[in-house]
Design a protein. Structure first.
Length: 306
């Protein structure tokens, strides 16, 4: 008659952390007999959110001397099938031995699920069933297998407890990194928005400045045209004014010149008349003087004349 037994435990950690830690339990120095765990198949149902895997576990067991001749060696292999339901947060592991199955059969089942009383914790249940088929030593073989089952279950719980703590640290670090990355992404997005706003503002300012410059150029052009017209009018007015003043000055100068010429002519006439009179007087005086001293010599007349 087969032997059956079970082990129960509560991990004070979330189901997700325990689930992830269960995949990182081995290899471990606490279980040097487990040499390798190889994944040979996996399937995922996206609609049901269920992952199924198949693995081969290689174990080199430290068997007692009386059991080695019966089994014929210490190496054995187990087939493990896992079903992970992500919607309901449950993981079920079923395993059985592939080696020595005609001599002994060992079936194990493990279920991880959130604890009903506290969903933040995880319930662990492990069940085993052993059946031996060797006449005379079947019960002894079953009892040995069960003693190893309980021993390895305790070691496995300790290993999982250590690994889950590491997983929690990694998860928290990952969360911090994700938060930092999200913050950096948000900051970059905000900076990008600000850059876009600044660029838009610069474009608007440039456009406004261009409009103002165009307005200023238009006003300046209008003012320049007005100033040019005023200057042209002023030049024409100045030209007309200068021409009129010049004509007036020429007229005044001509009048003054005519007046001066008349005065000069009058003075000249008066001077000519006066000179003529003086000349006549001198001539008469000379004539008289010549008559009085006719006897005198020319030299005497010249020097004695007064």
């Amino acid at each position: 008659m087969p032997l059956e037994g079970s082990v129960k435990h509560i991990f004070l950690h979330s189901w997700k952390d325990v689930f992830l830690a269960s995949w990182k339990k081995y290899p471990s120095h606490r279980r040097p007999d487990i040499l390798s765990i190889d994944l040979i198949n996996k399937e995922f149902d996206p609609e049901a959110q269920v992952l199924t895997t198949t693995r081969i576990v290689s174990i080199k067991s430290n068997m007692p001397a009386w059991l080695q001749p019966i089994l014929g060696g210490s190496m054995c292999w187990f087939l493990e099938e896992a079903r992970i339901d992500m919607k309901n947060n449950t993981m079920t592991l079923l395993s059985k031995n592939l080696s020595f199955e005609t001599l002994i059969r060992m079936d194990e089942g493990i279920i991880y699920k959130p604890l009903k009383a506290n969903p933040a914790w995880t319930s662990f249940e492990q069940h085993a069933k052993v059946s031996a088929f060797v006449f005379g030593v079947s019960r002894k073989m079953e009892e040995f297998a069960f003693s190893r089952f309980y021993q390895n279950a305790d070691i496995g719980k300790d290993i999982l407890e250590t690994v889950v703590q590491t997983v929690e640290v990694e998860r928290k670090a990952s969360e911090v990194w994700i938060e930092a990355a999200q913050f950096a992404s948000d900051a970059a997005e905000m900076a990008s928005e600000k850059i876009i706003e600044a660029a838009q503002f610069a474009r608007d300012a440039a456009e406004m400045a261009g409009e103002k410059i165009s307005e200023a150029v238009g006003i300046a052009s209008e003012k320049f045209s007005e100033t040019a017209e005023k200057f042209s009018e002023a030049a024409i007015l100045a030209s007309e004014t200068v021409g009129e003043k010049f004509s007036e000055a020429v007229g005044i100068a001509s009048e003054k010149l005519s007046e001066t010429a008349e005065i000069a002519s009058e003075k000249f006439s008066e001077t000519a008349e006066m000179a003529s009179e003086k000349f006549n007087e001198a001539a008469m005086f000379a004539s008289e003087t010549v008559g009085i001293g006719s006897e005198r010599s020319f030299f005497e007349r010249f020097f004695l004349f007064e």
